[in-house]
Structure formats: structure tokens, C-alpha cells
Design a protein around this ligand. Structure first.
Ligand SMILES: [Zn+2]
Length: 436
């Protein structure tokens, strides 16, 4: 625990709580841009407040990490383990959404009104006390906005649920223009709701940062890159919006800024299912259905995105070929396979976690048996029908586990946060600061 006052005492609860999320922004990038004066307002908060690196969720992907941030619990309790999952007792693929979140988000406990904008994995929206506009993956506008009458106003502001990332595959100029329009509209909607609603908790997540860093991490690292200035411009604009917010908050308010995972340069994609197939753990059925994990017999283990490993256990799956008694030895074989993997002489996998080491709670049975964390530069992927162990797609940046960040405008708020904090700890802090 850190020295400082306890933020959880009732008399320490802030009048209003403001949470700003910067999807995927690593602690190192934020620090560098604050020092380089690209993000002077955030630099100011850093100097006066509390700033620390933070671990993401395992796996380090947005849906899992944001679910931990808004609930304060681990995936074993909130039930979100990835962007895709399989239906229990089958190989059928499903896409978990906000209806699958098993633990309540902080705004359901807040006595006053909340404004929640663009938090990933909160689609479809539900009745709540305040305003909720869901984030990635939001499909239809009517199911993304509560209350519905706000849709007219959002359309006037040219609000967009998400940037059109498809554009980045064909034309980066068009992508950047769309990214900027999306950001502008997001900020306008936030400004409108800031004044329009008498709120007690306000949460705004910026997710264009994640898209930008996936496609143009290279533009950040290379100062001579054609899009280096555009990259910085996006962050400059976010900082200006943060500055606006800071000018409107009082010393009775608490401001939390955080990211859900970090980012780094992507050197190589590594296909985990290819490895499992080539080592005899997996038999791929190439002619299967698009909505299924297409495995043939025999299969001992398969992977779902990004690197979640499931033992194909008899009794648990229809074509299960690992007897419960053999599960442990299969896990050991897989652990030694993953930890000994070398590509170009370099170790690829840093950690192999067993589910009981990282998850606890009533939904642990739905958890993957193993989750892998990669070494620097390697991007683990769960695609099934691939012909090579490694590849390289259009992304130049990838998620990281260790270097998300937490930034608080008041040092005292950090009183009960552990030194080696993770996103669920930040979520617990938020739950504690919300007025019931
Ligand atoms: Zn993210």
C-alpha cells in the first residue's frame, strides 16, 4: 500500500468523479509527450498528482481490461475473457457483449447521475441513471445510446461510434481524416453532456488512440515518418480536451486518467494454432463452418484470440480427446512447448499462466486453461487456418501487458492502491470513490 490518506473514507469521497480513458496509451508514451509539450495539460496533472505504470488484464485486450476497470474485479468474476468466446459444451463462436458482463459497472452503484461515453464492451446500453453511449464494438446507433432521445442531438454533432478502420488498409490519409472527425465529434458530445446533465460521475474514453497506434506506431517512433505530425496531432487534440475539462473541475472533484493496456512496436505476428498443429496438439478441419472453431480429431488443445489456450477435454467438448486424468500432463507439455519456442534465436513467450493463477470467481470454468504473454515485439494470434508460424499484417503496433498507466489529479487518492497495480485495482478505486 502507498503512503497517503485513505480515499475510501466517506468524508474523502469527491463531490464529482471524472474518469478519462486513453485506450492503449503506454506509460512511456504519455510521459514522453507530456515532457515534449505535446500534452502540456497532462504534464501539469502529472507534476501535481499521482502517476504510475499499471498492468493490464490477462489477456491484455480492451474488452477484458475495460470490463475490469468498470467493475473492479477480475475476469473470473466479470465473465469477459476476450472479444470472442465459445459456447459452453460446443465449438460455436460467440461474441460476448455488455449483457454478458456478470458484475455491475460502477455507475449502477452511483447515487447521482452518470455520463458514460465510448467505453469499450458496453454495447448494448441498458437503462441507467444518466447517459450512456457505448463504445467499441457498438453496432447499431439505437442500441448504443441511452436515453434514445439523445440520438437526434448526437446526429447534429456528427457523432460517430467508431473510426472506420477499414480505411487504414487502403488509404491512411482518409483514415486519419476520419479519425480526426470522430475525435472532434466525441469531444463535442462530451462538452454537450457535461453541461446538459447534472452528473456526479463522468467517464469519457478515447479509443482512436488504439487504432492510431495499431496502424501508425511506426509514425510515432520515426520522426521523419510522413505521418509523424498527424500522430502527435491526435494526442495534442486529446490533451486540449483534457485541459478544457481541467479548467472546469474544482478541488472537490477527483480526476482519474488511465489506459487499459500499453503499446509497442510489432515485429512479428505469431500464430499459436499453427504451432499447436505442427507439434501434434491440434488437427485443423479446413472445411468447417465460419461460426465454429474447426477442429478435427484428435485435438488436445486449441487457441482463441489472442493467445488463450483451451484443453480439448473429454466431457467438456464434443470432440474432446484429453481425459481429465491426463489434463495436467497435457498442460505441462504445452507449457514447455511455449516456453521453449524460439524465432530468429529469440524467446517468444514470456509467461504461460494457468487459469487458477490469474483468475478467481464463479466464472473460472469458462476461462481458458492457459494464457500466454509474449516477449517484446511478438504479437500472438489465434487465427486457425494459417499456413505459417509467423507473418506480418498491416499493423505496426501491438498491445502490451505491463505498461498501461494510472494518473490521478490528487496524490491522496492513491492511498489504498497497491504498488504493483493492475486495471482491476484502478476499477476498485473507482468503485470506492463513487457516491452510493
Ligand atoms: Zn484497448
Amino acid at each position: 500500500m502507498r503512503a497517503g490518506l485513505s480515499a475510501t473514507k466517506n468524508n474523502m469521497r469527491p463531490k464529482r468523479l471524472i474518469i478519462i480513458g486513453l485506450d492503449g496509451v503506454p506509460v512511456s508514451l504519455l510521459k514522453e509527450l507530456a515532457q515534449a509539450d505535446v500534452m502540456p495539460n497532462i504534464g501539469q496533472i502529472m507534476r501535481n498528482g499521482f502517476f504510475a505504470p499499471m498492468r493490464s488484464s490477462i489477456p491484455e485486450i480492451s474488452s477484458v481490461a475495460w470490463s475490469s476497470i468498470i467493475t473492479g474485479v477480475n475476469p473470473g468474476e466479470h465473465g469477459i475473457f476476450g472479444f470472442v468466446d465459445i459456447q459452453p459444451g460446443s465449438y460455436k463462436i460467440r461474441f460476448p457483449n455488455f449483457n454478458d458482463l456478470k458484475s455491475p459497472p460502477f455507475w449502477s452503484r452511483c447515487r447521482g447521475k452518470s455520463v458514460i461515453i465510448n467505453v469499450p464492451s458496453t454495447y448494448p446500453v441498458k437503462d441507467m441513471n444518466g447517459v450512456h453511449i457505448s463504445g467499441f464494438v457498438s453496432i447499431e446507433l439505437p442500441q448504443s445510446v441511452y436515453p434514445k432521445f439523445l440520438i437526434t442531438q448526437l446526429k447534429k454533432l456528427d457523432y460517430r461510434l467508431d473510426v472506420d478502420s477499414e480505411k487504414a488498409h487502403t488509404d491512411l490519409d482518409l483514415f486519419l481524416a476520419d479519425l480526426d472527425k470522430t475525435l472532434t465529434a466525441r469531444i463535442k458530445a462530451a462538452e454537450y453532456l457535461w453541461d446538459y446533465i447534472d452528473w456526479q460521475t463522468f467517464m469519457l474514453a478515447f479509443t482512436g488512440t488504439d487504432r492510431l497506434m495499431h496502424f501508425l506506431w511506426s509514425a510515432y517512433e520515426d520522426k521523419g515518418h510522413k505521418y509523424h505530425k498527424d500522430f502527435l496531432g491526435h494526442f495534442r487534440k486529446i490533451d486540449a480536451a483534457v485541459g478544457e475539462i481541467c479548467s472546469k473541475i474544482t478541488e472537490d472533484d477527483a480526476l482519474i486518467m488511465l489506459s487499459d493496456h500499453g503499446f509497442e512496436k510489432l515485429e512479428k505476428d505469431v500464430y499459436v494454432n499453427y504451432l499447436l498443429a505442427s507439434e501434434g496438439f491440434l488437427t485443423v478441419n479446413p472445411t468447417g463452418r465460419a461460426d465454429m472453431i474447426n477442429i478435427g480429431r484428435p485435438t488436445k488443445a486449441f487457441a482463441l484470440e489472442p493467445a488463450r489456450i483451451y484443453i480439448n477435454q473429454n466431457g467438456k467438448y464434443p470432440a474432446g480427446s484429453v481425459e481429465p486424468n491426463d489434463r495436467d500432463s497435457c498442460l505441462k507439455d504445452l507449457e514447455s512447448l511455449f516456453l521453449s519456442l524460439r524465432i530468429d534465436g529469440r524467446k517468444v513467450i514470456k509467461h504461460v499462466y494457468r487459469k487458477q493463477d490469474i483468475y478467481s470467481g464463479p466464472y473460472i470454468n469458462e476461462a481458458p486453461d492457459l494464457v500466454l504473454i509474449a516477449e517484446k515485439g511478438f504479437n500472438l494470434k489465434g487465427a486457425m487456418n494459417v499456413q505459417e508460424l509467423t507473418g506480418k499484417g498491416p499493423f505496426t503496433g501491438k498491445h502490451t501487458y505491463y505498461d498501461a498507466f494510472l494518473l490521478l489529479n490528487d496524490k491522496n487518492l492513491a492511498g489504498e492502491i497497491p504498488d504493483d497495480l493492475c486495471v482491476a485495482d484502478a476499477g476498485r478505486l473507482i468503485q470506492n470513490l463513487v457516491k452510493e
